[in-house]
Design a protein. Sequence first.
Length: 140
Amino acid sequence: MKRLSWFFLVGLFGLFLMSIFFQGCKKEQPEAKPEVSTTEITPEMVKTTVEGYIKGAASTDGFFVMFDSLENRERKLSFSYVHEGFNKTETGEYAVCVDFTEEIDGKMDTLDVDFFLKPVEGGMLSVVKKVIHKVNGQPR
């Protein structure tokens, strides 16, 4: 019986020491804080980002080249304007519509292309996706 009591006391003391050790380790590690964006996304930020992206991606002849998966061809687009305002999607992306024109064989098409942007480090935005939404006012 004495032996059992002795093992019990040693085990209890061991648990006590371990709890002190692990409590000390817990205090040494900083608490994880969720990353919160302090930058409010404004229409001007969205517009500037998209215009910069289009200008940077333009070919040497000034066209914004984009693949049209529905027609299975590249389109050589001329930038017209960025629509006012933007929407925030359920996935946290920002969507904005941009109008382009394309001339093929004397026929002028107007395209509405949706650009999707995501916040990146430093309060900036980055274009992550482009989708041709309408051609000559007709949804696709």
